[in-house]
Design a protein around this ligand. Structure first.
Ligand SMILES: Nc1ncnc2c1ncn2[C@@H]1O[C@H](COP(=O)(O)OP(=O)(O)O)[C@@H](O)[C@H]1O
Ligand SMILES: [Mg+2]
Length: 413
């Protein structure tokens, strides 16, 4: 017998004037047992039940067919502030706020007349009323059985004030956090915008100075201007990443899906990154595709993800090669496209692979500090991939190299 049923048994026993015990049976039926019957252990059993009911943490209250309180335990006394003497013989409605009283009377009358019950057998969250007139939230389980004069009712009542307060505090905190998060994203989006404008001016004017349109420059001046330009470009790419994260967070990224040829987009990404790879003396190759593979997605986002992944591959590889390949695959009647970017670089240890995609995460700060970056690229790539319905997986061997694979649904024309 579960604890609820046991509690009902105890409560019902006392509510029937210690003459009969009412035991819930499997299937919900209620059986009336004489407490002095050998079946439940006689007087010992009665004493045991009395003790358990009195010490139960939940309030146990029973009423006769007229709705008058006939049993009141210690927890009820504490919860509602009425002593047993004050509560016994009173109407059950004493324990409820005014607004519940009429519906309660109607429900009671309906049950007596037709046997139709809405609350009986279940648990509901309502409010109780203390002797001082203070309302508090309760969880109420109601049961009924047939006494000698008609149906009797037993309520097991739990004070859920503490739980409700925690729930409310949690809801409030969640709402505050959501608001703060949104405010942060708006702030970042705005700030990034404001920061980009002067940076673009710096990059642009450094460029015109380097073109020596305003007069010749010394070697040293050219070197310094190149440093300014490279730093400004680096800063701009960081700001762009932050702007992107903020945009995704605030849910304002608009998607413009279109059919895209994978060989075209891979050629574009490769063209922009090949010079960087060649500068480091790396072999940089896009594997030829036997046939054209198409995806249907946002071009700018796809290009951004692939550029991030290829950029990392070059950044974290000191010698050897970086390769890009694209394959189609069928799984469970679905056609997928895997775009993989492999390198022969430093690789990533298994324990680090799990946290790679968290924002501002860099695996080995001493190593990565040398390479620059703030650890946003992979986080952003995964967020962007999710946005276009794709996934990014990583396979890597420490010291040998890594392969990052973006999987998208294939577009079948
Ligand atoms: N191809 C790769 N090979 C080895 N390590 C990588 C590779 N790509 C990413 N990582 C590791 O994952 C970390 C997070 O990458 P990312 O989010 O792009 O940040 P960032 O490049 O700015 O450091 C990097 O700092 C690096 O430690
Ligand atoms: Mg990166």
């Amino acid at each position: 017998m579960d604890t609820l049923a046991r509690k009902i048994e105890i409560a019902l026993f006392f509510s029937c004037g210690a003459r009969a015990i009412v035991a819930p049976q499997a299937g919900g039926d209620i059986r009336v047992i004489n407490p002095y019957d050998a079946e439940v252990g006689g007087a010992d059993s009665a004493a045991r039940f009395q003790m358990m009911a009195q010490t139960a943490a939940d309030a146990i209250v029973s009423a006769d067919p007229g709705g008058t309180i006939v049993f009141w335990n210690g927890a009820a006394e504490k919860m509602f502030g009425y002593s047993a003497d004050a509560a016994l013989g009173q109407a059950l409605t004493l324990l409820m706020p005014e607004r519940y009283r009429e519906p309660h009377r109607q429900g009671f009358a309906r049950y007596l007349q037709s046997g139709t019950a809405h609350l009986i057998g279940g648990t509901v969250e309502v409010h109780g009323l203390t002797r001082e007139g203070h309302e508090f939230p309760i969880e109420l389980s109601l049961s009924v059985w047939n006494g000698t004069q008609g149906p009797c009712f037993t309520a097991i009542i739990r004070d859920i004030s503490a739980r409700k307060m925690i729930e409310m505090a949690l809801q409030q905190k969640t709402a505050e956090l959501e608001k703060a998060n949104l405010a942060k994203d708006h702030f970042l989006a705005r700030m990034s915008h404001e920061l980009r404008t002067p940076l673009n001016a710096i990059i642009g004017f450094t460029g015109t100075l380097l073109m020596q349109l305003h007069g010749p420059l010394t070697h040293e001046q050219v070197a310094k201007l190149n440093t300014i330009k490279a730093s400004a470009k680096h800063l701009l790419s960081l700001i762009n990443d932050i702007l992107n994260v903020a945009e995704i967070g605030s849910g304002t990224v608009a998607l413009h899906p279109e059919p895209i040829s994978c060989s075209d987009i891979l050629a574009e990404v490769a063209a922009s990154l090949r010079p960087e790879a060649l500068k480091k003396g790396l072999l940089f190759e896009v594997a030829p595709m036997p046939q054209d593979i198409q995806v249907h997605t946002d071009r700018r986002i796809l290009s951004q993800i692939l550029s991030h992944l290829a950029n990392n591959a070059i950044k974290y590889t000191e010698q050897g090669q970086v390769g890009i390949c694209c394959n189609r695959r069928k799984e469970n009647a679905q056609h997928y496209v895997d775009i993989s970017i492999s390198d022969s670089g430093i690789g990533i240890a298994p324990e680090d692979q799990r946290r790679l995609f968290q924002a501002f995460t860099q695996v080995d700060t001493s190593n990565t500090r040398r390479h620059g970056g703030v650890g946003l690229g992979l986080h952003l790539s995964r967020e962007l991939a999710t946005l276009i319905g794709g996934v990014i997986r990583v396979q890597s061997e420490f010291g040998r190299g890594s392969t990052f694979t973006l999987t998208l649904a294939e577009h079948l024309p």
